[in-house]
Write a protein that binds this ligand. Structure first.
Ligand SMILES: [Zn+2]
Length: 373
């Protein structure tokens, strides 16, 4: 078996490939035959992904509608049902009830805004294309205050299609090099609810007038309806109070939201656009799973937490299905001696805090997976 150093040859400036203390199991790749191996090896590479796809498809076929979509649709419905009591609790003059209302609204917003938006952008909530389009606009624009066009382009066409490929899907969107690590990791995320609609407006440049008008109206509808309900149902008397309440609820989980987005890709092997590995190697080397966590499992969804590897290999699956195929995927990758990367939230936080410059400021080195390109 080759060593990690032998497998991942750095062709940039000789800095480490950025394993950063992650737990890597069986990190071996097939032996290379003179620069990539030829047709026979290509067939072998293709069939790895095809074989895994067949195993996963078998699990999907044996799953009921409830497992494939029902569980996640029910979690999203439950979060919408939490909103009326949350607005009523926010009208209470008792501090405890008021705080409970704030917590309920913040958690419901995180479920709708992160889990709902993510699943809707992948079309994982329904099999119908028309309904898929409807839910994407509903979740991304009305609930998430972002542009459905820009969101789906950035997430599906760039991040998923070009995971960890420099200049394409390399997560540079999350880097703000001029901020210090304390500000970036713990303070700046609180401004995400304010920045999101502004970035959405900036992304509208070049789109048709119809898309621009729709997006602006949908974002305004989402923001104004929450404001209106706070004034008219919860009884807020001042504009500032209602706006501050909206900010607190919408920013409640934005610190872990930013953390999760950077922890699972940045610091892992990055690839050159011209010499990218086959998909199964790209995803197994460039994606990492965090452990299960009750709060983040419910609010962000398994596909963003403990099943991110599965999500990048099979992005059309719902959160519940990602969790169901996880044992099949991890067993297969381990058997084939491919990486199945896992690390804890605190370990990643420690890594990003201690190596902030290297990971979030400098350009990452390119990794070449010897033997798989
Ligand atoms: Zn995704």
């Amino acid at each position: 078996m080759q060593s990690v150093q032998e497998e991942c040859r750095e062709c940039c400036d000789g800095r480490g490939g950025g394993d950063g203390g992650i737990k890597v199991r069986n990190r071996a790749v097939p032996e290379m035959k003179n620069g990539g191996g030829g047709r026979e090896e290509d067939v072998g590479k293709e069939s790895l992904m095809m074989e895994l796809t067949r195993l996963v498809q078998k699990v999907i076929k044996e799953s009921s509608w409830w497992e494939r979509r029902g569980v996640d649709c029910s979690i999203l419905t439950a979060s919408f049902l939490c909103l009326p009591p949350a607005f009523l609790l926010l009208g209470s003059s008792q501090l405890l009830w008021f705080m409970l209302g704030m917590l309920l609204m913040g958690l419901a917003h995180a479920v709708i805004n992160v889990k709902g938006t993510h699943l809707a952008s992948h079309g994982a909530l329904t099999e119908s294309q028309t309904w898929g389009r409807f839910w994407a606009i509903f979740f991304i624009e009305i609930c998430g205050s972002f542009s459905a066009e820009a969101g789906m382009h950035g997430h599906i066409k760039m991040h998923h299609a070009h995971t960890n490929v420099i200049g394409l899907g390399d997560s540079t969107i999350w880097k703000v090099p001029f901020l210090s690590r304390i500000v970036y990791l713990f303070i700046a995320p609180l401004s995400v609810p304010v920045i999101t609609p502004l970035v959405a407006l900036a992304h509208l440049k070049g789109h048709s007038l119809g898309v621009v008008v729709r997006t602006v109206l949908m974002i305004a509808l989402g923001l104004y309806s929450q404001y209106w309900l706070l004034i008219n149902i919860s009884g807020f008397r001042s504009v500032h109070g209602a706006l501050f309440c909206m900010l607190v609820c919408r920013a409640m989980l934005s610190v872990p939201y930013i953390h999760v987005n950077i922890f699972q890709h940045i610091g892992l092997p990055m690839f050159s656009p011209t010499r990218r590995p086959k998909r199964i190697y790209q995803m197994t080397h460039g994606v990492l799973n965090l452990p299960r966590n009750p709060l983040l499992d419910w609010t962000f969804g398994h596909s963003l937490i403990s099943c991110h590897v599965e999500h990048h290999l099979f992005p059309f699956l719902s959160d519940n299905m990602c969790l169901k195929v996880k044992p099949v995927v991890s067993k297969y990758l381990t058997e084939k001696k491919l990486p199945y990367q896992e690390d804890t939230y605190l370990s990643r936080l420690h890594l990003f805090f201690s190596k902030y410059q290297e990971l979030m400021v400098f350009t990452p080195p390119i990794t070449e997976l010897v033997g798989v390109q």
